[in-house]
Design a protein around this ligand. Structure first.
Ligand SMILES: Nc1ncnc2c1ncn2[C@@H]1O[C@H](COP(=O)(O)OP(=O)(O)OP(=O)(O)O)[C@@H](O)[C@H]1O
Length: 312
């Protein structure tokens, strides 16, 4: 994100005469996220973007609203959205949502070996597949699935949320569903199985701490590496330290055609089968069991033990 796109709100800045800015939680590709509180001291996250005719935040609003309407499990509650003026006088679009805890990626990085235990990795895998299925059923493809875009609850630390919808795309343009060509129903360039392939790479990373192409930046080189990892030596390099079932998932995802709806349950079944060597699947959360010290936002070193996230 360019500095000119950054919406700078000073501490104590009031938004919509309702939300008080406490501090910045982080910057994404499209905007800045602040920790804010309401007049009773309850904490929330406020996401901002300079106003343009095509704001990424608009799709976030739709996704969060749909998630709430359908009472879905993996979506944060949207409390407010609107426009306001920045101190520099720019028109700003903002949304206020529930405050989440640390991202799953930040939690992984806090662990000494930068990976989760296998029971925890399998638990996360099942949550991620569930969350992706909920989003797909809503009619959206995520297109940026990674552990940094999933967070735990600020208070309920075994709850997982999917948090960033900046690159989300609807399968359908509103009003054209009835007449849309078949290709529109699954997207042309990328499709639903791509969200699951991205998830599987995250799954491998938090199971074994790294991906073999971690030092490559060039998109072509990374693509070639991923291709190589489908066969013999490359496959061993990618999957070393992971349960065999991950290979079954990769093979299954690669077998899907562009038009096919993925079988989410099959992915979950493979993960549960991988837990058989551990005596069966039992939901496990390393950050709870080991009391990993992570708080609201991006892995700050505090523990929030209050019944509701409130200003200290
Ligand atoms: N509801 C929330 N509660 C707490 N922290 C949040 C919330 N939403 C986003 N964040 C944090 O704010 C930061 C910026 O988030 P955002 O999703 O906008 O971008 P990103 O995921 O960092 O970047 P990109 O979109 O480029 O991948 C991240 O550290 C994220 O964990």
């Amino acid at each position: 994100m360019t500095a000119t796109n950054l919406v700078k709100f000073p501490v104590h800045h009031r938004v919509n005469n309702k939300w008080t800015v406490l501090r910045m939680l982080g910057c994404g590709s499209f905007g800045v996220v602040y920790k804010v509180c309401d007049d009773e001291g309850y904490l929330y996250a406020l996401k901002t973007e300079k106003y343009t005719p095509k704001n990424a935040l608009k799709v976030e609003v739709k996704v969060l609203q749909t998630g709430e309407k359908q009472k879905l499990k993996y979506f944060l509650k949207l409390l407010d959205c609107g426009t306001c003026k920045s101190p520099e006088g720019d028109q700003v679009l903002y949304i206020v949502m529930d405050l989440a805890g640390s991202s799953v990626d930040a939690l992984r990085r806090l662990r000494p070996d930068r990976r989760f235990t296998l029971p925890c990795a399998l638990t996360l895998g099942i949550h991620f597949v569930d969350a992706i299925e909920e989003l797909h059923n809503m009619g959206y493809q995520h297109r940026d699935i990674k552990a940094a875009n999933f967070a735990i609850g600020a208070v309920e630390r075994q709850q997982i949320y999917i948090i960033d919808f900046g690159l989300c795309r609807s399968f359908f343009d509103e009003g054209t569903v009835r007449y849309a060509p078949l290709a529109c129903h699954i997207l042309r360039e990328t499709c639903r199985k791509d969200d699951l392939e991205s998830w599987l790479y995250s799954q491998i990373e938090y199971t074994r701490a790294s991906l073999p192409w971690r030092d490559l930046n060039n998109i072509i080189d990374v693509g070639l590496y991923k291709e190589r990892c489908r066969h013999d030596i490359g496959l061993g390099e990618l999957m070393g330290g992971c349960p065999r079932e991950y290979i079954n998932i990769l093979r299954y995802l690669d077998s899907l055609t562009f038009y096919e709806k993925p079988d989410y349950e099959k992915c979950r079944r493979h993960l549960k089968a991988a837990a058989m060597v551990l005596g069966g699947y039992k939901p496990t959360y390393d950050w709870i069991d080991e009391n990993l010290r992570a708080g609201n936002g991006n892995a700050e070193l505090t523990v929030d033990t209050s019944a509701a996230p409130k200003v200290a």
